[in-house]
Write a new protein. Structure first.
Length: 90
């Protein structure tokens, strides 16, 4: 299991279009992908869950990835939430 905090740097946060892109790409991984925002734990593969929370640019969230391809899934989600910040991927 990989569990790390990430500060979202997507311009304007996870509004409808990037949320849909995230869900579409995250669904390709076998691993369970969850985001923890405050006291809420949401499924990152569910557009309804992502749209139910307002994830804004500059917000720090916890990312939890668990499964067979967790390293690849972690690399994807970290680079998606923080485009251009390769130091997060370690």
């Amino acid at each position: 299991m990989i569990e790390k905090e990430v500060t979202v740097t997507i311009e304007n946060g996870l509004h409808a279009r990037p949320a849909a892109q995230l869900v579409q790409q995250a669904s390709q991984y076998q691993s369970k992908l969850e985001l923890v925002i405050g006291q809420q734990r949401i499924n990152a593969k569910s557009i309804l869950h992502l749209m139910s929370v307002a994830i804004s640019e500059g917000q720090t969230i916890k990312v939890m990835v668990d499964g067979e391809d967790e390293q690849e899934a972690w690399t994807f989600i970290a680079s998606f939430l923080q485009p251009g910040n390769e130091s997060t991927l370690r």
